[in-house]
Design a protein around this ligand. Structure first.
Ligand code: 1YM
Length: 642
């Protein structure tokens, strides 16, 4: 054993490695914002998950401690405690100090059971103010602590005894506030991913506890014996399924494990998510392609054989057969090749065949054994096909009536003078009178106004062809310039900010939800790229002597009134602002539109699954889940103004 205080050349080399991580953290964890902060947790949890995939770990616990440090516990074998032959220090210390090759964006992507274990652990250590590891093994508790970005305070030492058969690893770390923009962990971000990991690894128990929250004593436990089937069931809550049982198929070849779970619902949207080694493959890849290819082929074959699709009919496309489909595809691969700009696509060609084979045999059996459901699925695909053709025609009309050529009687848009999308913004305003004030109060150089006269169509209950028949929706498409459906192009968006400006009442919220449903369903990349905002018109005007103050909330009003000097015996005059239409152009400008003074709320899609659920619950066909949702969430509504 080496002296604790004595460092030799190899130690220095190790510390230089960790120093490199601190100098350029982005190279290793992508960013140093909230995302990077949470990434640290996944690097450690990944090691526990790998241990579970190897078959040695059943329970993982994640705790947000009071001081915003994180503890991850598992009941696996425990990181080896013996001296590593190459580094001559304990394996624990090696795993936590030696940078491994290919550490960039470490992710879990490079490893599946027996692969490159512990790749990210040293990166987490390098970016932490302190980190402690405890290993339970051989009846002993082994302990080691690092400080200031990975400097060992001691070598691995035994600090006590434990039950002979107890094994596991416990890691606690505190992210270095000098590295990260924020050091506050977000329960919801952790919860969503932990829940997803539980769905993706059937039978694995994951618990999340927040010790900052006095009331959270037990934490939330996620364990799904049905794995991805339960994920599908979860996503389809509030939707109406076409067949009762979720189809779950799996197979393995040459160490590659593949599984898929799916269920059709009566809605019009697809919800397809694919994963490789628990990582979301946003851009799909061979595992997803294999299934989609087989699905399209099988439905067409079945439709022709059963004479639902006639000889003269054109074949159904991949788009058509995906309508109303909720599907999770998961592949565990020892050597995945990721492609594309963001490495979000699986490239391994052998997986396409495996996916096709596993899916074909199982799904064909389903179609033959369930003729009623099969017929419904085929008929639904045929309706989707018809709607797609109708939408194509309608789109052509929209395209012909682009802004430059004509206003076809619905040219309600008051465009801005600037043609530079980087500085331009569009306000979508409820009602003509507010539209009028907004037009007068705007900066006509960069701000465009689109007043909405009628209610926009609920696209949750209608296909694209119907949506294109709605005048309000058509003017939005034309104004955006992006096109819609198959020809959507984010690069053609004419505004940097799309600002929804509605009244702070129930009607206003309704219109806002309708617009968000439209954007989320048909213009999702615009939302994902952060272009959509909600304007925040003030709720109160406070006049006090000659000063005029606008505030957004009840609390802000109280706060402001408290700042007014007592000795001035003048009373403040408080007006509750009823609607946008009541403000004159000046007022609207100062409070809601002026780039310098206004407050906008950016709309983000943190979790597509959750957003999707809220939309289908609030806007879909099923009444009961909606009633439940409203009941459960009524307490969060601040200003219910009816
Ligand atoms: C809270 C974090 O790191 N668990 C963990 C890590 C390892 C093992 C078990 C493990 C792996 C192996 C053998 C093996 C790691 N081992 C290594 C390395 N939890 C956490 N649990 N025995 C135990 O892969 O053969 C790195 S991580 F490299 F030492 F094997």
């Amino acid at each position: 054993m080496k002296e604790n205080t004595h460092y030799d050349a190899s130690d220095i080399q190790v510390l230089e490695g960790l120093e490199a991580v601190r100098k350029r953290p982005g190279m290793y964890i992508g960013t140093t914002d909230v995302k990077g902060l949470h990434h640290l947790v996944w690097e450690i949890v990944d090691n526990s998950i790998d241990e579970a995939l190897a078959g040695y770990c059943n329970n993982i616990e994640i705790i947000i401690n009071k001081d915003n440090s994180i503890t991850v516990k598992d009941d696996g074998r425990g990181i080896p405690v013996d001296i590593h032959p190459k580094t001559k220090i304990s394996t624990v210390e090696t795993v936590y100090t030696v940078l491994h090759a290919g550490g960039k964006f470490g992710g879990g992507g490079y490893k599946v059971s027996g692969g490159l274990h512990g790749v990210g652990a040293s990166v987490v250590n390098a970016l932490s103010s302190w980190l402690e590891v405890k290993v339970y093994k051989n009846g002993k508790i082994h302990f080691m602590r690092f400080e200031n970005g990975g400097h060992p305070v001691n070598h691995l030492e035994i600090i006590g005894d434990c039950e002979e058969n107890r094994t596991g690893t416990v890691v606690t770390f505190k992210p270095d506030p000098n590295i990260f923009d924020t050091d506050i962990y977000d329960y919801n971000i952790l919860m969503l991913r932990i829940r997803e990991l539980a769905f993706l690894n059937k039978g694995l128990r994951l618990t999340l506890r927040d010790d900052r929250d006095e009331e959270d004593t037990t934490g939330e436990t996620f364990i799904y014996e049905g794995g991805i089937s339960e994920y599908v069931k979860f996503i389809n809550q509030g939707k109406t399924p076409i067949h009762k049982d979720i189809i779950h198929l799996e197979g393995e070849e040459d160490g590659v494990f593949f599984e898929v779970a799916l269920q059709y619902n009566t809605g019009y949207k697809e919800n397809i998510y694919s994963f490789v080694n628990n990582i979301n493959t946003h851009d799909g890849g061979t595992h997803e392609d294999g299934v989609k290819r087989a699905l399209t082929r099988l439905i067409n074959n079945y439709a022709r054989k059963s004479n639902i699709l006639k000889e003269k009919d054109e074949s159904l496309t991949g788009e058509d057969v995906k309508e109303g489909l909720t599907m999770i595809v998961s592949c565990k691969h020892p050597n995945p090749q990721f492609e594309g700009q963001t490495k979000g696509r699986l490239g391994n060609s052998e997986v396409r065949k495996l996916a096709d084979n596993v899916f074909s045999s199982g799904f064909e059996k389903f179609l033959l054994e369930n003729p009623n459901e099969a017929k419904q699925i085929v008929e639904k695909s045929m309706l989707a096909c018809r709607a797609r053709n109708a939408a194509k025609k309608a789109r052509e009309i929209t395209r012909k009536s682009d802004l430059a050529t004509t206003n076809l009687g619905w040219g309600k848009l008051s465009d801005c003078k600037s043609k530079d999308p980087k500085v331009s913004e569009i306000f979508i305003v409820e009602g003509d009178s507010a539209g009028g004030s907004a037009k007068k109060g705007r900066d006509s150089m960069t701000q465009a106004i689109l007043p909405l006269r009628g209610k926009i169509l609920n696209v949750e209950k209608n296909r694209l062809d119907r949506a294109l028949g709605n005048e309000e929706i058509r003017s939005i498409i034309t104004a955006f310039g992006t096109g819609i459906g198959e020809e959507f192009n984010l690069g053609k968006l004419r505004y940097d900010k799309i600002i929804i400006m509605t009244d702070a009442d129930v009607d206003g919220s309704h219109i806002r939800v309708l617009l968000l449903t439209l954007f989320y369903r048909f213009f999702r990349p615009i939302v994902e790229a952060g272009h959509v905002y909600a304007a925040q018109p003030p709720l109160f005007k406070i006049m006090h002597g000659k000063t005029r103050k606008y505030v957004l909330t009840e609390e802000e009003k109280e706060e402001y009134l408290n700042t007014l000097p007592d000795n001035v015996r003048q009373r403040a005059e408080i007006t509750r602002m009823k609607g946008l239409g009541e403000m004159d152009a000046d007022e609207l400008n100062i409070t809601t539109m002026d780039i310098e003074k206004r407050i906008l709320r950016r709309i983000t899609v943190d979790d597509c699954v959750m957003a999707d659920q809220i939309f289908s619950t609030l806007m879909g066909e099923e009444v009961e889940p909606r009633r439940k949702f409203i009941e459960e969430n009524a307490k969060f509504v601040e200003n219910l103004d009816i």
